[in-house]
Design a protein around this ligand. Structure first.
Ligand code: BG6
Length: 486
């Protein structure tokens, strides 16, 4: 495949010495650059952070990340880092320091013959987004000789009011066409494939509605706890950290109608329509849990309240299960069950479409109809692929049914998949906003969950290594269903 054709540009990263930059952004940029002609250099990278580092010291830190993470082709990557990475300290982030940043950007562009296209990537804690955007704007860095693109990481706000306020700040300096809100789930191949899977396969699309589908289940299970991120996670919780963004993205891509075409705004209009059709969620349809001590893979693990950076009396949820209704012609009466949690038995992200049972049942009471309902499981990670469960007659004289599965696995067909950040950064550099979250989309999503955040249902502990509080099972059972796992 021909390499993508980017405009030559300067890629400025705020928070350049943090985890995200070291582990995800810089390796992804390195991979992207690998596929491009080396001369003239398609991009240069300017890392910004509070610490006073020289270019060389910054490069050393990045190289140390890469050694630890065993990046491929290390020697060539080190040469590339020395050649392409520069650093500018923002110390106390005063207006003078932003003016100095502007001068440094201009100097690098002059020295490298870059045409003045700039990316500003905010890989920062979310409380710093607003202030940084304002400083960039007041220093006049929202304008440039070429294009300027602003990238904002998640979480974008902590509720509806804060997301609206942040959007106002963004739009004071950057119009929406230059804004790229990241949700890294949108970079996953399997998530993008949801669109192709639905729109390129007539036989799925023709049954993708309330006439044929009984209920939809979206599970994002994690085996890890909060690890070293207790300080960030405590007070945030699973609803803000996972449901409002990642699970809701999976929901909108599963539930949206066909767009007029695949242009960014057409796709995003359809996603917003789904969000606008979601009925207010009732408190009794939400289960909040928090992991207690338990065992994972036979190993004893501590409870959430014993983790570093977490208050011993914390009321933060590490698990959420909820039911919601999408009140549209396509989905009226089809419940969507969403579930996510940390310290569950396994890491698995899956969307399961449960089809209706046949209207008339010929096979007697020995085979319950519900068992025989077809099921399509789309596995987002790991073991990316899908599986269709269907019934066949077991060979023999008696009519006995048995469930079998057709499956497709990406790894069998294509080998390992690229990292999601590589896809997202490629689209960013091409100026394609389809896989980025639009301002109204993020606000509509917060509108759904803000009432739950304001009046959270009681927290229920669950042992680490279990599938969450029992109430989560009861939530689906109350409607006559079961989660597909366990
Ligand atoms: C992040 C959350 O956005 O997504 C983390 O902040 C979570 O808490 C992570 O662990 C999960 O991402 P993935 O790609 O491993 O499913």
């Amino acid at each position: 495949m021909a390499p993508p054709r980017f405009d030559r540009h300067l890629f400025v990263i705020f928070g350049a010495t943090g985890d995200l930059a070291g582990r995800k952004l810089l390796p992804a940029l390195r991979e992207i650059a690998r596929g491009l002609p080396a001369r003239p250099a398609p991009l240069r990278i300017l890392g910004c952070g509070r610490r006073p580092l020289s270019d060389r010291q910054f490069q050393d830190e990045v190289i140390a990340w890469w050694r630890r993470d065993r990046i491929r082709d290390l020697a060539a990557s080190i040469r590339w880092a020395r050649d392409h990475l520069r650093y500018q300290s923002l110390g106390d982030e005063t207006p003078e320091e932003y003016r100095a940043l502007g001068a440094r950007i201009a100097e690098i562009e002059r020295a490298q013959g870059l045409p003045g296209n700039r990316v500003f990537y905010l890989a920062l804690p979310s409380h710093a987004f607003g202030k940084t955007i304002e400083r960039l704007g007041t220093a006049g860095l929202n304008e440039a000789p070429g294009w300027v693109r602003l990238v904002v990481e998640k979480p974008f706000g902590t509720d509806l009011a804060s997301a609206e306020a942040l959007n106002r700040t963004v739009h004071t300096y950057f119009d929406e066409r230059r804004v790229y809100r990241i949700d890294h789930y949108l970079g996953k191949e399997t998530v993008q494939n949801l669109i192709v899977f639905r729109l390129a396969n007539m036989f799925f699309e023709s049954v993708w509605n309330r006439d044929r589908i009984d209920f939809v289940e979206i599970t994002v299970a994690e085996q890890l706890g909060v690890e070293h991120r207790g300080g960030y996670y405590d007070g945030v919780g699973a609803l803000r950290d996972m449901v409002q963004n990642h699970l809701t993205q999976l929901l909108t891509l599963t539930g949206m109608d066909e767009p007029t075409n695949l242009e960014a705004d057409e796709v995003r209009n359809e996603k917003v329509k789904v969000l606008r059709s979601i009925e207010p969620i009732r408190a009794e349809d939400v289960v909040r849990g928090q992991y207690a001590p338990g065992r994972i893979d036979g190993r004893k693990v501590p409870g959430y309240r014993e983790e570093d950076g977490v208050s011993p009396r914390s009321d933060t949820e590490t698990f959420v299960a909820l039911r919601l209704n999408v009140n549209s012609w396509r989905w009226h009466g089809v419940p969507f069950f969403l579930r996510t949690g940390k310290r569950l038995p396994t890491k698995r992200t899956e969307i399961t479409i449960h089809f209706r049972s046949p209207p008339v049942w010929f096979f007697g009471p020995a085979v319950p109809r519900a068992i025989a309902a077809n099921r399509l499981t789309i596995t987002i990670q790991p073991d990316e692929g899908f599986e269709l469960a269907f019934e066949i007659k077991r060979p023999g004289l008696a009519v006995e049914l048995e469930t079998h599965r057709l499956h497709f696995m990406y790894s069998e067909a294509f080998g390992p998949l690229p990292d999601g950040y590589q896809t997202l950064l490629t689209d960013l550099l091409l100026g394609d906003q389809t896989l980025f979250v639009r301002a109204d989309e993020v606000e509509h999503s917060w509108r759904i969950y803000t009432p739950i955040l304001a009046h959270p249902p009681p927290l229920q502990p669950y042992p680490s290594g279990s599938w969450g509080p029992r109430a989560a099972d009861e939530l689906v059972r109350a409607h006559g269903y079961e989660w597909s796992s366990p």
